[in-house]
Design a protein around this ligand. Sequence first.
Ligand SMILES: [Zn+2]
Length: 303
Amino acid sequence: MASTSPPDKSESQSMSTKPSPDLLWALYATISQHGPTDLTVRTSDGGEFHVHKKVVCERSLFFNNALNGPFKEAASGVIDMPNDPPTAIIALLQFTYKREYDCHVVEGQPDSEPWRFHLDAYIAGSIYNIVSLKHYAKRRFTSTMFGLGPSGYSVIPKAISILYDSTPDTDRILRDWLEDFSFLQLGKLMTDPEFLVVMATFESFRDAIARATNAERARVERLDDHVADVQWFVKNRVFHGPPERVYYRCPNCRYKMTLNGPSQLKTVYCVGCKQVSNDYCWDWGRYDPYTGESASTTDIETV
Ligand SMILES: [Zn+2]
């Protein structure tokens, strides 16, 4: 492949996964609708896929550069892709035609599972720089994870390990999701020895969890302030007359809510994003009981 070859991937990327006949058939069915082919893609297991240059070049800069530059692939019309799981290449090829791919796995074959299929497809999207494939594979991956229920937790360390070994730190789409999910489920995941190994191995993942933990600590401190604020307000309510209804719009998530008597509060808790903001950060106004509308914020003096 000369200089158009992507970098070799880690050993952790299994090459043993064989495509299922259904998967091959889905790809053939897609390609055959587009007439005579002019490009052959070879996978690591010896598979050859006859596709259309125009279609794959349109979707992928990698194919475009390889087939329209001074490389041997441009002359030979053959592209070897020996470093990727064949299932991922099939998913990639089908995606270039349909903007979606079929997921078929081989029952009983190690590493042939839907979550792994989508993860490999995501990694192929990252290596061959097809952002839309990454977004699509991430959606398929996350919905598969949610479908797994509690057994999905055991998949998380494996998925992190494969993803972080195979993609750069700057590739954020699936990393962001895995980091957020891991942080939210940290209590459960920390009981899994494999997850602890992942924490010890991948510094950028560990840093992300540490950052999220610090942000959460700061949020809880703000929440403590807010509780003290509310306690003060409840204790002194009698001195402030009847509460007025005021609406707030959160500066963080734009969630809008109506509160009773908050004008003495210095902090407001947003039920939308669970953050606490100072009242002067909020876009707020009085609630009009006759129209149900809120007055313009410019009419209101802030406390
Ligand atoms: Zn909010």
